[in-house]
Design a protein around this ligand. Structure first.
Ligand SMILES: [Mg+2]
Length: 231
């Protein structure tokens, strides 16, 4: 019996990279008006790469995308000669834009129907705010890597999900786009797995997901088969 379904967010319910690039550009413009030496010295890409460098130097915070963005901004400000820098205001500019995602068309109706039968939750390595995105009415709760203390495919996020759902792993289906973070991570945790493969990519190798779908509308038929009823 399936009790709950957990969903990855970025690139599963919406495309994330166009949104991140737009958010980085908006932040860059905002910095240009207030701290112009930062964007003179750092392109949007260079600011992102600064975060990647910090993640390599400090692996203990690598799972915390919010912290990495803030540390990168602080470092860029310091290197640009600003002793005082409002990192919270800068991050908010990025964060609001980062949550201005365009949810794939089939997502909301499918989630609304599934929520009548199952408990739904989101498990994300990113820092999306499900309220700002506008899906907080269909998800019972959301867990991200910051809260879990580790990113998928590691086990803490999946273990926390079982605990909050009051369900055993085999009673939970995880749906996500990433073969490692979502499919391998959830399978290692004992969840049933669904690989959402919107782009029609080849499976990269390793143990395959229990099911593969091209969009979320196909999920209901998979669940019906697993539950032993046919609609
Ligand atoms: Mg994803």
């Amino acid at each position: 019996m399936i009790k709950a379904i957990t969903f990855d967010l970025d690139d599963t319910l919406w495309d994330i990279w166009p949104v991140v690039e737009r958010a980085e550009q908006l932040l860059h413009n905002w910095l240009g008006a207030r701290y112009p030496r930062i964007p003179e010295r750092f392109t949007p890409l260079a600011l992102r790469q600064l975060g990647d460098e910090i993640a390599l130097l400090y692996p203990e915070i690598a799972h915390d995308r919010t912290r990495l963005r803030k540390e990168a901004l602080q470092l860029a400000a310091a290197r640009s000669g600003y002793a005082k820098f409002d990192v919270e205001a800068a991050f908010t500019v990025f964060y609001v834009a980062r949550n201005a995602v365009e949810i794939f068309g089939e997502v909301r109706p499918v989630l609304e129907r599934l929520a009548q039968r199952y408990t739904l939750a989101s498990l994300s390595n990113g820092n999306a705010d499900i309220r700002l995105v506008g899906l907080d009415d269909v998800f019972s709760f959301s867990i991200n890597a910051i809260e879990a203390g580790a990113a998928k495919p590691e086990s803490p996020m999946f273990a926390l999900a079982c605990q909050r759902l009051g369900a055993r792993p085999e009673q939970i289906v995880h749906v996500g786009d990433d073969p490692v973070h979502d499919v391998r991570g959830a399978a290692d945790a004992g969840f049933r797995t669904v690989w959402l493969n919107r782009a029609g990519r080849d499976w990269p190798g390793g143990r395959r997901a229990d099911a593969e779908i091209g969009d979320l509308a196909e999920l209901e038929a998979i669940l019906a088969v697993w539950e032993g009823f046919f609609t």
